[in-house]
Design a protein around this ligand. Structure first.
Ligand SMILES: Cc1cc2nc3c(=O)[nH]c(=O)nc-3n(C[C@H](O)[C@H](O)[C@H](O)COP(=O)(O)OP(=O)(O)OC[C@H]3O[C@@H](n4cnc5c(N)ncnc54)[C@H](O)[C@@H]3O)c2cc1C
Length: 455
């Protein structure tokens, strides 16, 4: 019965492509609309970044089954690729060498989704009406009809602004020439921009600590480079992650190494720094905690804003969504990922039931399904779309089944950081009161005239 179903998939990122593979495997017809000129357009923007999940967590199973007959060489499951390798060794072959190549429409930006003949307010008969998807492809507005829609359009294009209140800081828009969002390629493409400069980085997630770590590396090569970490919270250790407790070892190691850069002073920390205003100052930027005269301020050549992302809901105005008002994720999913409650990425697997919206046949998936929560993993998205495709095909048993064991991502709370560092054998516990050290071993080695234990 499901054979004729057309499934529109918005976005050809890792999760959109996986969705298309699952839909195809179930005998249905996927149509993928991608705004960028190539599949994996968002990943391409951060291709210099080393992933913290190894290949075993980055390849969808249905996608691998599609790739197998093409002679695809499955990458070593234990190796950590960069974003560029994820593209070259997986996403590009998947999009160009398998059956998917005929269903992906690139340079096709979805601008609106509705139901044929039904505005949002009209109910009777609504569930039987096909979806109408408007998109722009440079040749004028196009329309696609589909039985169901999976929105896997990610959040990369809608980064959060600098303001702690969720709004752009006063002067942020005017200062765009010296501001970058997300994770610039500090050691590669953007090296000239940052070498020898004072660079402030605002945020507390993995992009922040990755960028600051790269800036510290750049500072060793170009000594005038000075990284400054602007942190809204009062506890830098919260950003260090699960350390040795993180099953995604590369991520744990990144946090542990970053902690050592902070402890050694290679990264200057400005804690409890909520950006409210940005203004020009002698050819530089003054970044201040208040737009009035008396707040704290930092002067820098460049500002990187890495305060996370939010979903673009602008083209879903005619769709009946049921999202958590704070996290902007589906209501059934939000409590599992709410960053106010969970600092870790360990989330129980979930699927169609949680992601189905109030408009029957409309699902959110991938990074976008997490709304403003920062802890999304590709492998979570692959399980989401396996379940969604089963649901659309009418295989409710498979839709409900959990086929995924997510990696434990460590105890990421303050207590967990201490536990994690202790577990790594690096530290002996908290530093004595009044001593400038990150832990007791650090205090002991500093007292002995050494630079510290490096934890
Ligand atoms: C720097 C960084 C590092 C990360 N590292 C990891 C990691 O190590 N391991 C891990 O598991 N996860 C990681 N993630 C998180 C997440 O898994 C990735 O962001 C992943 O790319 C999400 O896949 P997605 O398909 O949901 O979204 P995206 O990769 O963002 O793909 C969405 C696609 O939709 C397109 N699109 C957007 N709007 C429209 C529109 N209106 N119409 C049509 N197309 C549209 C975009 O161009 C894009 O190609 C990382 C994220 C970032 C930002």
């Amino acid at each position: 019965m499901s054979a004729a179903k057309t499934v529109a998939i918005i976005g050809a990122g890792p999760v959109g492509l996986a969705a298309a593979a699952h839909v195809l495997e179930r005998g249905m017809t996927p149509v993928v609309l991608e705004s960028g000129p190539e599949a994996g357009h968002a990943v391409r923007q951060w291709q210099h970044v080393q992933l913290f999940s190894p290949w075993e967590y980055n390849v969808d199973r249905a996608a691998a089954r599609l790739l197998a007959p093409t002679g695809w060489n499955s990458p070593d499951p234990q190796v950590y690729p960069t974003g560029g390798e994820l593209l070259a060794q997986y996403l590009v072959p998947l999009a160009t060498r398998t059956l998917l190549k005929d269903v992906i429409h690139t340079s096709s930006r979805v601008s609106a989704v509705s139901r044929v003949g039904f505005d949002k307010a009209r109910t009777k008969g609504r569930e039987a009406a096909p979806f109408e998807i408007r998109y722009q492809n440079g040749k004028g507005p196009e329309t696609l009809r589909a039985d169901t829609v999976i929105d896997a359009s990610g959040t990369w294009a809608s980064p959060n602004p600098a303001g702690a209140n969720g709004l752009p800081a006063i002067g942020e828009r005017e200062a765009q020439a010296r501001i970058a969002y997300g994770m610039p390629d500090v050691l590669g493409r953007d090296r000239e921009r940052y070498a020898g400069k004072i660079v402030a980085v605002l945020g507390a997630g993995h992009s922040t600590i990755g960028t600051l770590t790269d800036l510290a590396t750049l500072a060793r090569q170009m000594p005038d480079t000075r990284p400054i970490w602007l942190l809204r919270g009062n506890d830098p250790a919260k950003a260090f992650g699960g350390g040795a407790n993180d099953k995604l070892a590369a991520r744990g190691e990144l946090g542990t190494h970053f902690a050592s850069l902070v402890a050694s002073g290679e990264v200057q920390v400005e804690a409890e720094f909520s950006v409210a205003a940005i203004s020009p100052s002698d050819g530089r930027l003054r970044i201040a905690t208040s737009s009035a005269c008396c707040g704290r301020s930092v002067v820098a050549d460049e500002l990187v804003i890495a305060t996370g992302f939010r979903p673009d809901l602008s083209f879903l105005g005619e769709i009946r969504l049921r999202l958590d008002p704070a996290i902007e994720a589906p209501v059934a999913l939000a409590p599992l990922i709410d960053p106010n409650e969970h600092s870790c990425g360990t989330v129980r697997p979930h699927g169609a039931r949680e992601l189905q919206q109030d408009d029957p046949g409309f699902y959110l998936a991938g990074m976008k399904s997490y709304g403003r929560a920062p802890t999304f993993l590709m492998i979570t998205g692959y399980e989401q779309v396996r379940s969604i495709a089963a649901d659309i095909a009418g295989d409710k048993e498979a839709a409900e089944r959990v086929e995924l064991e997510l990696p434990e991502t460590g105890v990421c709370t303050r207590g967990g950081v201490e536990g994690a560092v202790a577990a790594s054998g690096c530290c002996g516990g908290p530093a004595p009161a009044g001593i400038d050290a990150c832990c007791s071993d650090d205090a002991i080695t500093k007292a002995a005239g050494k630079p510290g234990c490096g934890c």
